[in-house]
Design a protein around this ligand. Structure first.
Ligand code: ADP
Length: 253
């Protein structure tokens, strides 16, 4: 039996009169990659920020690793990793100095070089954040989630705007992090990404979960309902062509 590391029960969030989250319930299992999917405005960020203790809920109950959010939010903060706002990346500091600074805030003793290694950025230790490519910026941002050696990390659209190689490199990184035993919650607008990465997903629409399960199960359910793709799908797509031609390897991205 999978063990729940996050339990959300009947979560509601109102902004004034507007109810952005209308009774969400779901569980995230220990060690899985869990995807929160849905159109813009569905309530994904609101939900994540509430779990991250960054936003007040209106009602509902949340436990993170057995800790009740209403009772001990600070205990939850200690075991989760959240992508820091880029505004916190003081422009004068290089990556190594930024990690040392953040580690100090968390009261952690971290070897910046080792942490940069895990996201393949050791050779950029002396670079400033603004000098990085899009993929490197995202990898650095993921590194900052790992500073306090969290049990769970939250990644909000980590691959938006990246080229196909950088995207795939980020998938590898997320999988490596999970293999180290960290639970990952991720939001994405890319369904191919969710299909490759996520063990289970919840699809959110207008503040409600309209489906949840493994990508495989959701696809099988749709097919079983009689759905057929309008035309025969080719065995490859344009992204395959692009990756095949330009290579999958990590490069200066
Ligand atoms: P998603 O992450 O799925 O795009 P959000 O959680 O950001 O959705 O937003 C859900 C809804 O709540 C949207 O309609 C958004 O406009 C609204 N919303 C988000 N934050 C606020 C806020 N601080 N004040 C008022 N409305 C908000």
């Amino acid at each position: 039996m999978a063990k729940a590391i996050i339990t959300v029960k009947d979560l509601h969030k109102k902004y004034g009169d507007f109810e952005a989250v209308k009774g969400l319930s779901f569980e995230v299992y220990e060690g899985e990659i869990f995807g929160l999917l849905g159109p813009n405005g569905a309530g994904k960020s609101t939900t994540l920020e509430i779990i991250e203790t960054l936003r007040e809920k209106t009602s509902g109950e949340i436990w993170v690793d057995g800790i009740n959010l209403d009772e001990s939010p600070n205990e939850i903060k200690k075991i989760i990793g959240v992508q820091l706002q880029t505004s916190g990346y003081y422009p004068g500091l290089n990556l190594s100095e930024l990690i040392t600074l953040f580690a100090g805030l968390y009261n952690e003793d971290i070897d910046p070089g080792k942490l940069l290694d895990t996201v393949n950025l050791r050779d950029k230790a002396k670079a400033k954040y603004k000098e990085l490519s899009g993929g490197q910026k995202q990898r650095f941002s993921i590194a900052t989630t790992l500073i306090n050696k969290p049990r769970i990390i939250f990644l909000d659209e980590p691959t938006t705007g990246l080229d196909p190689q950088a995207r795939r490199n980020l998938w590898d990184l997320v999988q490596q992090i999970r293999e180290q035993g960290t639970t990952v919650i991720i939001t994405t607008h890319y369904m191919d990404e969710a299909e490759v990465l996520c063990d289970r997903v919840a699809i959110v629409d207008s503040g409600r979960i309209i489906a949840q399960g493994s990508p495989d199960k959701l696809i099988d359910d749709l097919v079983a309902s009689g759905f057929e793709r309008p035309k025969e799908v080719k065995k490859a797509n344009l992204e395959d062509v692009f990756i095949q031609l330009t290579g999958h390897a990590l490069r200066g991205e």
